[in-house]
Ligand binder design. Structure first.
Ligand SMILES: Cc1cc2nc3c(=O)[nH]c(=O)nc-3n(C[C@H](O)[C@H](O)[C@H](O)COP(=O)(O)OP(=O)(O)OC[C@H]3O[C@@H](n4cnc5c(N)ncnc54)[C@H](O)[C@@H]3O)c2cc1C
Length: 475
């Protein structure tokens, strides 16, 4: 890589790898990817456990961006599968199709609950029609304003507080505005009358790879060739800057060996709070403080080996109940039959938590014992079917949109705006909760900016057309 300084890409998740994919073949723009972990893929990777494979929480691929779709088709090739999605939620002690539509919500609530839900919903609509709009800073205000008191308490509050670990009065309305579509009781009645109770919106297709979602990052990585390289086990430990440009990075490699690498441009998927800490000279105290105030939600994933062919036909099952430890589970074999041997199956359970809290520190055996009891209590798995388990801890799995986060984020992004050759891409670098197609797009567009384009990376993933009916749970 003699001659021009390389573009340095930090992180080999889908965002960093998409940037690498786009730059590969640009003869005048050499690059190097540094990845802290010993593998590529970040949170989009697929793990192996004996004869089983599983994602870190089921990952479907879905995009409205044709150019991203084309790339995924290219890198996964014949192994790309089209899957008909089937998900359910344990709502009011019944498994109902998910995402919840107005029709199946009313059905699950029973006659009396449905009556109260419709009454509260009508009341809030009337109020909205005749009075000034209530400000919607918190998720609670947002949901009450749209769905009324009964539905908010029966569904949104329980599920959101279990997932995010903070009261809905502290959760920013931004989370909902970006991710949840409205609800139409008129549609519910139409469903009931015209479709006789079927709900075809529940069957949607998504793309998946035969050997797991990890084939997407692996496919992107496979494109990278000399003189460019991906160096796993290499941590970007300091980021130097001068006169509004990133000039070099210090990298710690295997055995603690530290090297200095000058760079022409820097594409980073390092979490936003961490990159602020790495800057040399240090960021101003106010910026460092704002970055420290950004919080994340973490996830502990429990994988269970189940000694029967199949537990359920679902892709995901959502469990909002406070009495059950996990929030969601998926059965990888239903996504692709290659994910488990024919006579057995696996289940992946997600426990939402904060890094360092009691859930975070639980042992595999302890979690397994609780999971076995929980799964038996909801009638999914008999205790004697569970024969093995594994645990994976995922720090910073989701940016947490706690009230005030936007103020802190603005301070940090304003500061980053002064660097002409720094591109923050991906989930934690942009502090944006969306899906991997957007992070791929960010990586691609950052690479194009390196090549002279002028894309606004801040707009990616904020398109309103992506909101899904009710709670967007699968990301
Ligand atoms: C439970 C769960 C379910 C999900 N389901 C879906 C889904 O169904 N569909 C979907 O599209 N998306 C889904 N996602 C989102 C998807 O996993 C992430 O969006 C995606 O992995 C983010 O990619 P990224 O490249 O931004 O970040 P990451 O995957 O986090 O990659 C960042 C990489 O940077 C590396 N790194 C960090 N710091 C340094 C450093 N200092 N030096 C070098 N390397 C560093 C990390 O090791 C990591 O590999 C889900 C996510 C979660 C947590």
């Amino acid at each position: 890589m003699a001659g021009r300084d390389p573009v340095v890409i930090a992180g080999a998740g889908v965002a960093g790898l998409a940037a690498a994919y786009r730059l590969q073949g640009e003869a005048d723009v050499p690059f190097v990817v540094y990845e802290r972990a010993p593998y590529v893929g970040g949170y989009s990777r697929t793990l192996s456990h004996g004869d089983f494979r599983f994602d870190l929480g089921g990952h479907r691929f879905y995009t409205k961006k044709a150019h991203v779709n084309r790339i995924v088709e290219e890198v996964v090739g014949e192994d790309l599968l089209v899957v008909d999605r089937l998900s359910r939620i344990l709502f009011n002690d019944r498994f109902v199709h998910y995402p919840l539509s107005a029709f199946n919500t009313l059905r699950a609530l029973g006659l009396r609950g449905a009556g109260r839900a419709v009454f509260d919903y009508a009341a809030v609509k009337l109020k909205n029609a005749f009075s000034a709009p209530v400000p919607e800073e918190t998720f609670e205000q947002w949901a009450l304003n749209r769905f009324g008191d009964y539905l908010y308490r029966a569904y949104f509050q329980v599920y959101s507080e279990k997932t995010w670990g903070i009261p809905c009065t502290e959760l920013s309305a931004d989370f909902a505005q970006q991710r949840i579509k409205g609800l139409s009781f008129r549609e519910a009645v139409k469903d009931a009358v015209l479709r006789k109770g079927t709900d075809d919106s529940m069957v949607r297709c998504f793309l998946y790879a035969r050997y797991g979602f990890g084939q997407i990052p692996e496919g992107l990585a496979a494109v990278v060739a000399e003189p460019n390289e991906i160096l796993t086990g290499h941590t970007v430990a300091a980021v130097e800057h001068k006169d509004g440009r990133i000039t070099a990075v210090a990298v710690t490699g295997p055995g603690g060996r530290r090297v200095q690498r000058t760079c022409s441009e820097f594409v980073s998927s390092i979490p936003v709070d961490e990159i602020v800490e790495l800057l040399r000279p240090a960021a101003p105290a106010g910026v460092a403080e704002a970055a420290r105030r950004l919080r994340y939600r973490s996830v502990v994933v429990l994988f269970l080996v189940i000694d029967v062919e199949q537990v359920s036909p679902d892709h995901w099952i959502y469990v909002p109940s406070r009495d059950i430890g996990f929030c969601r589970l998926h059965e990888p074999k239903n996504w692709s039959k290659e994910m488990a041997p024919p006579d057995r199956t696996g289940l992946v359970l997600e426990y939402f938590c904060q890094e360092g809290d009691a859930t975070w520190g639980r042992t595999a055996e302890d979690l397994r014992a609780e999971a076995v009891a929980d799964l038996a209590s909801i009638g999914l798995v008999k205790p004697e079917w569970v024969s093995d388990c594994a645990v994976v801890r995922m720090p910073k799995a989701y940016p947490l949109y706690q009230i005030g986060y936007d103020r802190h984020l603005n301070v940090v992004t304003d500061y980053f705006g002064r660097f002409s050759n720094l591109y923050n891409v991906g989930r934690n670098a942009s502090f944006l909760y969306t899906s991997s197609d957007h992070y791929i797009d960010m990586g691609l567009k950052a690479a194009e900016n390196v090549l002279g384009h002028d894309h606004d990376l801040g707009e990616i993933g904020r398109e309103s057309t992506y909101a899904e009916t009710w709670q967007k749970g699968e990301k």
